[in-house]
Design a protein around this ligand. Structure first.
Ligand code: NAD
Length: 475
């Protein structure tokens, strides 16, 4: 069995505690690796290594940093099949999705930020012929990056790439549930020639290693992606130390289908936005709202399409639905299915644990619940969606906005004016019209309301990881 180590100063080192905990393959329930149970001492070492690497790395020409990150992207791409397999075994997701989504997007993240830094410019303001103001952007120093388990390498690279591209050094804390591709990333970073200490990876529990990172006085910023409750603990620790803070949190996203939509496209895409990655994508549209005149047809066709999804071994190319990431998470999701029944919902498809080893749940559709039910208010983060009818555009917007979350939404209509009107009215950081999960890495990404604070993506990320300084020269 593989014993993981922390990646500090370019070397793989055991945790100070010499304690480890189990990494479990969620599809087989087998223990596949031992994960370092790191604590504040390991975080101290990683921060010290990052501090030592900062002067040279921040002074390196952008072209040098760019070249090294591009090399890392190439290496991830060259190892795509192995990384997709590793991600599938560690997370439970289907290998076809890891191959198509997770690993290519990690490659794209490194390429995007490696080249973005070659095209940065800063503003200058000529002030009434009396002064010239210009903005300098400096990297922050050592930054802390904390990521969840659902898209392990993809989300970690979304933070590491802009952080180190813009001249910072970093300490990353991947989820304790999916450490394997992050571990491999350390090896690939060495192979790419990234100088020791620029990227450090500390494994372990959030409440121990993660917390130590958010509380560390030498860490200038925390970029966190995870649940809303954890985000609030991270903010509580980071804010009194005046760290820059970016929080990408939970979602309860609306998928609004008007009767004039292209139903073939809306249904096929809604199957993906409901059940891709077992519904464990923060952007999944877990609340489907359908205009009443199309409701019965939509439900009938959506249920039929859901029943065709193939649940099974994540390593089988033909599998659509793999295992949920952990037993605890599976139990939580099953609890919400029971709650849906208690709240008066009808299970139109699925609803049960699959009778096999591993943490598998059937893709589940619930009808008959109103927006104030807990099942429509709380993030379930599994293969469970609700479908609710609405009467008109006003009600569709009210339903979409009826939660404390505001991460993303999709809407389906062929009426151009309505598309723009409703997109503007929905309280979400991203609204997709007649599509889902199309990404342009230049656009701002993040959540409204309790789905987050701050924006990532493109120059938003590069701005987050740098400090703007104004220089005012009297003319
Ligand atoms: P989580 O909040 O439990 O954990 C996220 C990370 O935070 C992990 O690395 C964990 O070890 C660490 N952590 C836990 N407690 C900590 C603490 N006190 N201090 C510092 N770090 C701590 O989330 P999860 O279960 O891993 O992921 C699922 C959640 O992530 C869902 O709510 C999902 O919506 C959200 N998510 C959001 C986005 C987004 O872009 N908004 C993307 C993916 C996932």
């Amino acid at each position: 069995m593989q014993r993981l180590a922390n990646f500090i100063g370019g070397e793989f080192v055991a945790p100070h505690s010499d304690a480890y905990f189990d990494d479990v393959n969620p599809a087989t329930e087998e223990v596949i690796a031992a994960i370092p149970d790191s604590d504040g001492h390991d975080v101290d070492d990683a921060v010290a290594a990052a501090r030592a690497a900062f002067p040279a790395w921040s002074a390196a020409p952008a072209e040098t940093r760019s070249r090294l990150l591009l090399k890392l992207a190439d290496l991830i791409e060259a190892n795509l099949e192995e990384l997709a397999r590793t991600e599938s075994i560690d997370n439970g997701k289907s290998i076809s999705l890891a191959r198509r989504l997770d690993i290519p997007r990690a490659v794209a993240n490194f390429r995007f930020f490696a080249t973005a830094i070659l095209h940065q410019s800063s503003e200058a303001h000529h002030t009434d012929r009396t002064a010239l103001n210009y903005t300098l952007r400096h990297p922050l120093g050592v930054v802390g990056l904390i990521s969840p388990w659902n898209l392990p390498l993809y989300l970690l690279s979304w933070k590491i790439a802009p952080a180190i591209a813009s001249g910072n050094t970093c300490v990353a804390k991947p989820s304790e549930l999916t450490p394997l591709t992050a571990y491999r990333l350390g090896e690939l970073a060495n192979e790419a020639g990234i100088p020791p200490g620029v990227l450090n990876i500390v494994h372990g529990y959030g409440a121990k290693a993660g917390r130590a990172l958010t509380c560390h006085d030498d860490v200038a910023a925390i970029s966190f992606t995870g649940g809303t409750v954890t985000g609030s603990a991270v903010a509580a620790n980071a804010a009194p130390r005046f760290k820059k803070l970016s929080l990408e949190l939970g979602g309860k996203n609306a998928n609004v289908v008007f009767a004039d939509a292209d139903l073939d496209d809306a249904i096929a895409t809604s199957i993906r936005s409901s059940f891709w990655n077992q519904g464990e994508i923060c952007l999944c549209g877990s609340r489907i709202f359908v205009e009443r005149s199309a409701y019965d047809t939509f439900v009938e066709r959506f249920v039929a399409a859901t029943k065709k999804l193939r649940i099974g071994d994540p390593l089988d190319d033909a599998t659509d639905i793999g295992a949920l990431n952990s037993e605890a998470h599976m139990r939580k999701v099953l609890g919400y299915i029971e709650l849906a029944k208690e709240e008066g919902g009808t299970i139109a498809a699925g609803g049960k644990r699959v009778d096999r080893n591993g943490f598998f749940i059937e893709p589940t559709i619930v009808t008959g619940l109103s927006c104030d039910c807990r099942v429509l208010q709380e993030e379930i983060f599994g293969p469970v969606v609700t479908i609710t009818p609405f009467d008109d555009e006003r009600e569709a917007i009210a339903f979409a906005n009826s939660t404390r979350y505001g991460l993303s939404a999709s809407l389906w209509t062929r009426d151009l004016s309505r598309a723009h009107r409703v997109a503007a009215a929905i309280e979400a950081g991203t609204v997709w019209v007649n599509c889902w999960l199309l990404r342009d890495l230049r656009v701002p990404f993040g959540g409204m309301k309790e789905s987050g604070v701050g924006r990532e993506g493109g120059f938003e990320s590069l701005n987050f990881f740098t400090e703007a300084k104004n220089v005012c020269v009297k003319l």
